[in-house]
Design a protein around this ligand. Structure first.
Ligand SMILES: [Zn+2]
Length: 385
């Protein structure tokens, strides 16, 4: 079936800008910004600040041991009378400095490739060009629009969280510029909550040959506990428990005195978290000579698919249809800063950024032919929500 040819003023305008949008994405990707390198993140934040200065009031605030946070109130046409929309993203990537050497920015096979291109430097570029389009076309926007970029999203958003929650608390809606799901670029209307536990087992060391009976193996104890912990998974209810790291012992001829495990948990519903946490706290040793210490809990609450989120998604779907684009919704097990804003009850629509694949992977890339409709959709949402 041939796609319908639809005349859409914003889409046509943005389509003509794709080379400039691509150039900005390239600049962003070529300015590496790993979470654990605040100087590098600050260079990227400076670059973004420079690009948005003509179209917004920028300020940056210190991010502690991370780079600076960026907040920018956009200068948009129209009288501001109906509250604020928060556009949320992050400046950090998972890629260490120097990744560009092996994985340079390139355009090939209808895609843009490079570290952070999908997660989420293209989303930031789309937002900037969405604002430019509204300004160029003099389309009134009734809400104040605030862009916020966090420097620590990929490592848990510990520093930025309160800033995000504060800005979201003053907003009617949150648009998250993270990538969409899959090569269709589905929007994200639900995200699982994420947490982690550390389980430390202490046993009794002894010589494995001379004094075997006197030992109480922390490794054996932990192995038995892992089986039990993995059994906390309830896949049908959206609860997963993954023992992702284990370590312990010193030498093969020593009965291990200590062993530890790091466990990732995901929940679809906030109300499932306390029961799961309780199960962890209730772990008791099989071998009474061992002890168990449990720490951790839920770090990001789930983004639950609320009526407000569904309404926002339906609006996006309608606006996309004006351009002949069909967008669907998705649930993801991965967290974002949208989890925090949704948990406050603020309607949050996530996954508005790049359409592609390979986030955090060597094939990270976005589809060039989805740059225009994504940018236009962000513009339409800013004007239409
Ligand atoms: Zn991201």
């Amino acid at each position: 079936m041939k796609p319908r040819v639809i005349e859409d003023a914003i889409l046509s305008h943005v389509q003509a800008q794709v080379p400039q949008i691509t150039a900005l994405i390239r600049e962003f990707v070529e300015c590496e910004s790993p979470s654990d390198d605040p100087a590098a993140v600050n260079r990227f934040v400076e670059l973004v600040a420079d690009r948005v200065t003509p179209i917004g009031h920028v300020r940056t605030v210190p991010g502690g041991r991370f780079g600076r946070l960026l907040a920018c109130e956009m200068k948009l046409p129209g009288r501001k009378k109906s509250g604020q929309i928060l556009a949320l993203g992050h400046s950090d990537t998972v890629w260490p400095m120097g990744t560009l050497k092996a994985m340079p920015f390139r355009e090939a096979d209808g895609r843009l490739w490079g570290p952070g291109v999908l997660d989420m430097k293209s989303g930031i570029a789309f937002f900037i060009f969405a604002v430019k389009a509204l300004r160029d076309l003099e389309i009134p926007v009734a809400s104040k629009v605030l862009l916020q970029l966090n420097p620590d999203e990929e490592v848990g958003s510990e520093v930025s969280r309160s800033f995000t929650e504060n800005n979201a608390g003053h907003s009617r809606a949150v648009l998250v510029l993270e990538p969409g799901t899959g090569l269709e670029g589905k929007l994200k209307t639900a995200r699982k909550g994420v947490g982690g536990f550390a389980v430390v087992v202490r046993g009794r060391a002894s010589h494995a040959g001379v004094d075997f009976e006197a030992g109480a193996s922390a490794i054996l104890e932990l192995a038995r506990q892992i089986e039990r912990i993995a059994g906390f998974t309830r896949a049908a209810r959206g609860i997963t428990v993954n023992p992702g790291v284990i370590s312990g012992g010193t030498r093969s001829n020593v009965v291990a005195a200590e062993a530890r495990a790091l466990i990732d948990i995901r929940v679809l519903r906030l109300k499932d978290a306390p029961a799961l946490e309780k199960k962890f706290r209730a772990l008791r040793p099989f071998d009474r000579r061992c002890s168990i210490e449990v720490s951790g809990g839920l770090n990001r609450p789930p983004m639950e698919r609320s009526p407000g989120i569904v309404k926002l998604f339906r609006t996006a779907q309608k606006l996309a249809r004006e351009m002949g684009v069909e967008v669907e919704e998705s649930l993801t097990g991965g967290g974002s800063d949208g989890n925090f804003t949704a948990a406050l009850g603020v309607p949050t629509l996530d996954g508005l950024g790049g359409v592609g694949e390979g986030a955090h992977a060597a094939n990270e890339s976005i589809l060039v032919d989805r740059i225009a409709d994504r940018t236009a959709l962000i513009a339409k949402l800013l004007a239409g929500v």
